[in-house]
Write a protein that binds this ligand. Structure first.
Ligand code: SAM
Length: 297
């Protein structure tokens, strides 16, 4: 397989640091733009994408080791406000019948600590600061970040169509003894308009009744996390992305992931005949994604 890296003029912008197109791999219709999504999105044409599948950095949870990273804001309100304005740009680039599938997890207040220890198994988890307890919350409170964000996006004009519980049967154990171990995150389905493209038949699930082989997909998705050997962390599983893309975009459609990370969205798009544009701030992760797309998994 030959590989070409070239600077493209896809969105006719001077601001983009680099666009990598894996042009000579016939099955690869994925492009990676290295840069800050807040700026890169502004250069993208209106109504260009059919579907957006993404997982933004969670607030105060991981250090992606680069200036300008989202998730390191001093307050949860700043984090939400920043994401709302970023997703406003996303909505502009989305076709009128397009959808946004947004994966996000929750976290707890720090209980007064201002930093967090490195996790021996997952060094990327260490933050050299820990966000302060948001006003009105107490130590040990669950912050409710996913729903704060969902309501803020709804108030900004998105149609909030459903929450989906991503249940992780193989979730990480926790040492807590005063609450159940968290085993889920959310995927929110938003649409730009009241009517939108949604292929319910593409993601039907098996039915238990003998009369019926399959039924409309339910809102709880049981999907194991997938180990990823590269040094990126917070990778979401391909199966999760496959469902979003199958229901939310037509074959030959165009998908955007403004927080591309290791490129999982691109891998699934390549496997399922969709074009994909990924934006990633950290050039090292963009390089990992590029290598991963060339490997094809
Ligand atoms: C939760 S991870 C995405 C992981 C991805 N879904 C995967 O499967 O690999 C969030 C990513 O957003 C990137 N990021 C943080 N701030 C950004 C910004 N301002 N613009 C673009 N990417 C950003 C981080 O570097 C990180 O790779």
């Amino acid at each position: 397989m030959s590989e070409t890296t070239q600077v493209l003029d896809l969105f006719d912008t001077d601001h983009r640091a680099l666009v990598t197109q894996l042009a000579e791999n016939a099955t690869n219709r994925c492009e990676i733009i290295v840069g800050d999504a807040r700026r890169v999105l502004k250069e993208m044409p209106e109504g260009y994408f059919d579907c957006v599948v993404t997982s933004p950095p969670y607030w105060g949870l991981r250090d992606y080791g680069i200036d300008g990273q989202i998730g390191a804001e001093a307050t949860v309100d700043d984090y939400i406000t920043g994401l709302v304005s970023l997703f406003r740009e996303v909505r502009r680039t989305l076709a009128d019948d397009g959808t946004l599938w947004l994966n996000i997890g929750d976290s707890y207040t720090s209980g007064g600590r201002t930093w967090r220890d490195a996790d021996a198994k997952n060094k990327g988890r260490a933050m050299d600061y820990r966000a302060p307890t948001p006003e009105g919350l107490k130590p040990k409170d669950l912050i409710g970040v996913p729903w704060r964000l969902a309501f803020a996006l709804q108030a900004d004009g998105w149609y909030l169509r459903t929450d989906i519980i991503w249940n992780k049967p193989n979730c990480q154990p926790e040492s807590v003894k005063d609450r159940p171990t968290r085993a889920h995150e959310y995927v929110f389905l938003f649409s730009k308009s009241e009517k939108y493209y949604y292929d319910w038949q593409a993601i039907m699930e098996p039915a238990s009744s003998p009369k019926q082989k399959s039924k409309n997909r339910r809102t709880v998705w049981n999907i194991n996390t997938e180990p990823y050997a590269g040094s990126h962390f917070a990778v979401y599983p391909r199966t999760l992305v496959q469902l979003c893309i199958a229901a939310g975009s037509r074959v030959d459609g165009r998908v955007l992931d403004p927080f591309f990370g290791s490129g999982t969205t691109g891998v699934v798009c390549n496997d399922s005949g969709r074009e994909c544009v990924g934006v990633e701030l950290n050039p090292e992760y963009a390089e990992l994604a590029r290598e991963r797309l060339l490997r094809g998994r």
